[in-house]
Design a protein around this ligand. Structure first.
Ligand SMILES: [Zn+2]
Ligand SMILES: [Zn+2]
Length: 258
């Protein structure tokens, strides 16, 4: 399985920079997890191949350019862009984004060949198919309805925490797996901001260290993501200071393969 965090920030020379402002992860060039930078970070080949998008929660950094992505493809789509999410998240993005005010309600629109967007609801804890992947969604502890994910391709299993503070069910679900190859886990705020992290439903590096004690798998790659750009440098240092084997900071634009 190949996973890439899309870049979402451009530096003064016009190049992608490491800061992660938006969340969008491309799996095997054809499925996106969240859609923050989906309209701005995909290659042309990926733009032609991605027709399935899993939305973990409706926060702007996770859905920001989903409407633009569908808008770009509107005339050329031969099948809908399928948005996979829980019923409650579908309701929230229909109400607050695709509401004819912020953006047109694409779920009601067609081009000459096909509806341009369709919703594919999934339920907590029940495995579902997305393209070639089997996915299970587990509720996590954020300030809006949010799921973490277990993603499998028949060989490899990867966990994705999405945005969360300290949580239980997600770790229990990972512990039930026979194997876990990699974990993408959030670390949003530095240790000095533990209070803000807690009330906003996020982890600090110290809180992440405590969460990882709940995980029974060993020898997996652990990639820290969702580092708030303003604190990136201190976050990288604090993550290193945890001295957890195989824990790295996830770099945008890089292909991670398991
Ligand atoms: Zn969030
Ligand atoms: Zn977020």
């Amino acid at each position: 399985m190949k996973i890439k965090l899309l870049p979402s920030t451009i530096d003064a020379e016009g190049r992608a920079s490491p800061e992660q402002r938006l969340s969008c992860f491309v799996v095997d060039g054809r499925v996106c997890i969240d859609a923050g930078s989906i309209a701005i970070g995909l290659t042309e080949e990926e733009r032609g191949a991605v027709r399935d998008v899993i939305i973990t929660h409706p926060h702007m950094d996770h859905v920001a350019t989903l409407p633009i992505f569908i808008d770009d493809l509107f005339a050329t789509l031969e099948q809908p862009v399928r948005v996979h999410a829980t019923e409650e998240v579908i309701h929230l993005i229909e109400r607050d984004i695709f509401n004819w005010t912020v953006y047109p309600r694409f779920s009601e629109l067609k081009n000459e060949k096909t509806p341009v967007m369709s919703y594919v609801p999934f339920r907590h804890g029940e495995e579902f198919r997305v393209a070639h992947l089997s996915v299970t969604a587990i509720p996590v502890n954020h300030i809006v309805p949010t799921v973490g994910l277990i993603i499998r391709d028949g060989r490899t299993a990867v966990g994705f925490s999405s945005d969360t503070a300290a949580t239980e069910e997600f770790w229990q679900a990972l512990n039930r797996l026979g194997r876990l190859d990699a974990l993408l886990v959030e670390a949003s705020f530095p240790n000095s901001m533990a209070r803000l992290a807690e009330v906003s439903g996020h982890l600090t590096p110290d809180a992440l260290g405590r969460e990882l004690l709940k995980l029974r798998h060993n020898h997996l790659d652990i990639l820290a993501m969702h580092l708030k750009p303003s604190y990136r440098r201190v976050l990288v240092k604090e993550l290193e200071a945890l001295s957890i084997p195989n824990l790295r900071t996830m770099e945008a634009g890089h292909d991670y393969v398991w």
